[in-house]
Each structure stands twice: as structure tokens, then as C-alpha cells.
Ligand binder design. Structure first.
Ligand code: SAH
Ligand code: SF4
Length: 348
């Protein structure tokens, strides 16, 4: 059975170096394998041409290389966004999105199949949590997209399916593979992890000194509305979240990004803008206003005029404001539109 085989892609570089030693080889063999897996992206053991033939034969007997495969790629006509439906070994699916915008080419990775946090406006939240992804399954998404993309990938965001900090260890392990010289050699400051606001993990992330960028989904300016939109707010409210964000910016000296998904009649009035100005003004941050992508019936994207008025009301704030009009609406590849529930049912 393939499940009993050792999945080489789920090892970190250090774990691979340790593992080869248990097999009677020198640590540098582990580094070579790591480089073949990620930097070179090989698909067969026989391609590991700098390993002794006998070692390759051992690997073929004991190990596995394949964690996932591309099941389908959909490319939007209007915006050139591509959505990858990726099949995992147990038959369930995750989605990964490629967003080329001029020289900036962003890949949006999933960290879980579904999400347990149940935000009221989010398609992934409606799926519930099926399972966590392993570090190998997360990094594999980038391997698939890199093979497909005509341009080099410049930015990686953990903003696909799932709550990255709910799968903290595997997400950090995956980010370390993306960042590793012999992995994808992707700059830490070009890798962003987005969280819905898991306070202990924000503090842990600060304490561990990771250099990856942090984004926090604020989405409301009052506890009452944030608790309705994001049940996690009942556990850690806005005040506790802001304290954790301050702790992070002080510990890291890095700015963070607040994401604010703006929804018509929910969080888009001028009172919200004033309160947001006060809340976010306490943190070394910028604010990214994301006009809602309509996936849940109760919520509607505000008119362009209303979004502009909201942004206008934030003029003079201590932080910068950007508006991100999501790409890929026509293929359901925009933020919060990722859901593999239908495929999951078919896939079983
Ligand atoms: N779970 C993490 C990361 C994945 S969601 C988080 O919540 O931060 C990435 C971003 O998409 C979050 O800021 C979330 O608020 C936003 N989002 C979710 N559903 C959306 C939708 N329908 N339209 C626009 N943005 C959405
Ligand atoms: Fe999960 Fe993020 Fe969606 Fe909330 S917005 S349900 S945390 S994926």
C-alpha cells in the first residue's frame, strides 16, 4: 500500500538530512534529494542523477514522490487568472490560484481542505474542515503552478482555502521550503500568511521571529458585527487581536496588513470608516480594502462609489490604504470563492 511508504516531500530539509543518516548515508545526500524535489521539481526517482544508483533503487523501494496531481486548470477569459483543482492522494481536492498582473505574479495557496472557522461570508467556511494539508501538499501546489506559469512567480500568499494558523506547524514548514535556497529560494518578504485572527498563534509567530509577512483579516470595526461575520471574534475580540498585532509589530519591527472585506450595508458606512481609522491607527500597518466577492446570498458587494467614499473617509489615517479588486470572479477563483465541496463529493 502506498500509505505505508515514506513520503519524501513531507520532510523538511533538516528532517531529510536526518532520515538519510538513518539509512546509512551522509547528510549531504538529504540536501541533494531536497534540491531534486523542490528546486528541480523532478517527478521520477531516476532523475536524481547525482545519487548512487543503489541508493536510488532503495528510494524507489521505500519511498513515494507523488502527493498530488493537477486535475483541472480553468483560466478566466477576462482577467487571466488561473484556478488549479488539485487532487490529493486520498481523492479529495484543493484549489490554488495563479494571478499574473504585469510583472507581479501571485500564487494563492491553500493550507487546509475547507476551514473550521465558519466565517459567515466565506465559501470555504461553508465547507467546514475536511482536513489539514501536510507541508508537502502545500509546497506541491507551488510546484504545479510553477510548471504551468509562463512567467516567474514573484509573490506567494496563504490566502486560499483554510486558516493557515489553524495548521501552524505544517504551514511554517511549507513556507520554509518555499524560502529555502535549495527549495524555491523565494524571499521571505514575498511570502504572506493571512490569518483570521488566532491570537496565540500571532504571538507565537512573533516569538519565533519568522520573517514572512503577516496579514490579519479584520473585516469589521465593532465586536458585535465582527462576531456575526467571524465567530472567532467571540474567542478573541478586537481589543485582544489589536494587542497581539502590536506585540507582533514591536517584536518583528515589521508592518502588518489588515484585510477589510467590504460588504454593502454591513461594514461600509462612514461610522465604520471612522472606527477602523481608530482601531488600525493603533498598529504599524496598512489596510487592504477588498470589495466582497458575492458567494453567499446575504452579502453583496457595495457599489464602486460607496467603496470610494469609504476609502476617502480613511484619508488622513496613520496608515496607507489600498483597494484590491479581486481577480478571477468568472471562474470562482477570487478570495473567498474557493470551495471544493462539489468535486469532493464527485471524487469519492
Ligand atoms: N483564513 C485566512 C486566509 C484565507 S481567506 C483568513 O481568513 O485570513 C483570505 C482572505 O479572503 C481573508 O481576508 C478573507 O476575509 C477574505 N475573504 C473571504 N471570503 C471573501 C469573499 N467572498 N470576498 C472577498 N474576500 C473574502
Ligand atoms: Fe476560514 Fe478565512 Fe474563510 Fe474565515 S475567511 S472561513 S478563516 S478561510
Amino acid at each position: 500500500m502506498s500509505s505505508a511508504r515514506i513520503q519524501l516531500k513531507n520532510f523538511s530539509q533538516a528532517e531529510l538530512e536526518d532520515w538519510v543518516q538513518t539509512q546509512g548515508h551522509k547528510p549531504f545526500r538529504g540536501r541533494q534529494i531536497f534540491q531534486w524535489l523542490w528546486q528541480k521539481g523532478i517527478q521520477e526517482f531516476s532523475e536524481m542523477t547525482n545519487l548512487p544508483k543503489s541508493f536510488v533503487e532503495e528510494l524507489v523501494k521505500k519511498c513515494d514522490l507523488k502527493l498530488s496531481s493537477v486535475h483541472q486548470v480553468q483560466t478566466s477569459r477576462t482577467q487571466e487568472t488561473s484556478k488549479f483543482l488539485i487532487r490529493l492522494n486520498d481523492g479529495i481536492f484543493v484549489e490554488t490560484v495563479l494571478i499574473p498582473e504585469g510583472k507581479r505574479v501571485t500564487v494563492c495557496l491553500s493550507s487546509q481542505v475547507g476551514c473550521a472557522l465558519d466565517c459567515d461570508f466565506c465559501a470555504t467556511g461553508k465547507m467546514g474542515l475536511l482536513r489539514n494539508l501536510t507541508s508537502g501538499e502545500i509546497a506541491d501546489q507551488l510546484l504545479h503552478v510553477r510548471r504551468f506559469s509562463e512567467q516567474p512567480i514573484t509573490n506567494i500568499v496563504f490566502m486560499g482555502m483554510g486558516e493557515p494558523f489553524h495548521n501552524y506547524d505544517q504551514v511554517i514548514k511549507a513556507a520554509d521550503i518555499l524560502n529555502a535556497e535549495l527549495g524555491f529560494a523565494h524571499g521571505a518578504r514575498k511570502i504572506t500568511i493571512s490569518t483570521s485572527g488566532l491570537v496565540p498563534q500571532i504571538r507565537r509567530f512573533a516569538d519565533e521571529g519568522h520573517r514572512y509577512k503577516l496579514a490579519v483579516s479584520l473585516n469589521a470595526s465593532q465586536d458585535s458585527s465582527r462576531s456575526t461575520l467571524m465567530p472567532i471574534n467571540k474567542k478573541w475580540n478586537i481589543a485582544e487581536l489589536i494587542k497581539a498585532c502590536q506585540y507582533y509589530t514591536r517584536a518583528s519591527s515589521n508592518m502588518l496588513t489588515f484585510e477589510y472585506v467590504i460588504m454593502d450595508g454591513i461594514n461600509d458606512n462612514l461610522g465604520d470608516a471612522r472606527r477602523l481609522m481608530k482601531i488600525a491607527g493603533q498598529v504599524f500597518c496598512k489596510v487592504n480594502v477588498i470589495p466582497y466577492n458575492e458567494v453567499v446570498d446575504e452579502y453583496v458587494r457595495p457599489s464602486k462609489k460607496r467603496v470610494e467614499a469609504f476609502v476617502e473617509a480613511l484619508q488622513g489615517a496613520r496608515f496607507g490604504v489600498t483597494v484590491r479588486w479581486s481577480q478571477g470572479d468568472d471562474i470562482d477563483a477570487a478570495c473567498g470563492q474557493l470551495s471544493t465541496i462539489a468535486q469532493e463529493v464527485i471524487g469519492r
